[in-house]
Design a protein around this ligand. Structure first.
Ligand code: PGA
Length: 264
């Protein structure tokens, strides 16, 4: 695991965008796994800026989003479909047929639908680069605590904490979805490379457990310790509870010296 410590949330977004842009330039037909939430917004803004100023080209890329709320139609402003289109897709040049976001408007046959999402992912060749955020409870995607570390895309019941954390995105009094469709932890671990971003003090405990704690289904992000190519990009506030910060800085310096390709 490479742990990249940045001074600010802005720098986290810039570093993530730099890595994604380099990956897209190297492999224009890349399959990206994308995340919603407030954390990756800075990365999307940087990618949009690179598209406009440096011609970063997404026309041949494919994307699969991690998750979607159950019960929200694509045009609902609180849906992840809407978030992705307004914050990213509408401002770059993805081909609409290469964009995949789980459909939260399905009303039945959830398992069949989730299996079809997995099949689409597989037939696209699997995810080359997966972007993740992390919840205060350590979730990745909507894999709430005690999700199987081998789980695949499925319907998942949200915890009260997650429902509260997401209340800020909904108008006052609105009913917040109680379930979501999410890629599983096993699905995420199949990605060839994973970038996980975290900013702010509220994430510090989850980040410390994910990086330095035992692997446990109680902290879904700790499963990333099983993956051979994970980069955490975190700001000072989110790094606050890590005990090995000096070592991570040293590893980064030595990586720049000996294996700089790992940082591109
Ligand atoms: P956030 O959500 O980026 O809005 O904090 C992250 C997550 O819950 O995965």
């Amino acid at each position: 695991m490479l742990v990249v410590l940045k001074e600010s949330s802005k720098e986290v977004g810039q570093e993530a965008a730099r890595i994604v842009a380099a990956a897209v330039r190297t492999n224009p037909t890349i399959v990206l796994g994308l995340a919603t939430g407030s954390t990756p917004l800075g990365m999307y803004e940087e990618l949009i800026a690179l598209h406009r100023s440096a011609g970063l080209d997404f026309s041949q890329a494919t994307s699969f989003n991690l998750d979607e709320y159950l019960g929200l139609a694509k045009d609902n402003p609180q849906s992840f479909h809407y978030f992705m289109h307004s914050s990213f897709f509408s401002q770059v040049n993805f081909s609409p047929e290469k964009i995949h976001v789980p459909d939260g408007s399905i009303r039945a046959n959830y398992s069949e639908y989730c299996e079809s999402y997995e099949r689409a992912l597989k037939s696209a060749g699997g995810i080359d680069l997966q972007i993740l955020g992390i919840g205060r409870n350590g979730h990745i995607g909507f894999n709430e605590p005690n999700s199987s570390l081998a789980s695949r895309t499925r319907l998942k019941e949200l915890t009260a904490e997650t429902i509260e954390d997401n209340r800020r995105f909904f108008p006052p009094g609105a009913e917040i979805p109680e379930c979501a469709i999410t890629m599983g932890i096993g699905t995420i671990l199949d990605a060839r490379r994973i970038l996980i971003l975290a900013t702010g003090k509220s994430k510090a405990a989850a980040v410390a457990k994910a990086i330095e704690g035992p692997i446990s289904s109680s902290v879904s992000a700790s499963a990333l310790q099983l993956h051979p190519d994970v980069t955490f990009i975190i700001d000072e506030d989110a790094a606050y509870a890590l005990t090995q910060r000096d070592y991570y800085r040293r590893v980064l310096e030595l990586t720049k010296k000996y294996t700089p390709e790992k940082l591109t």
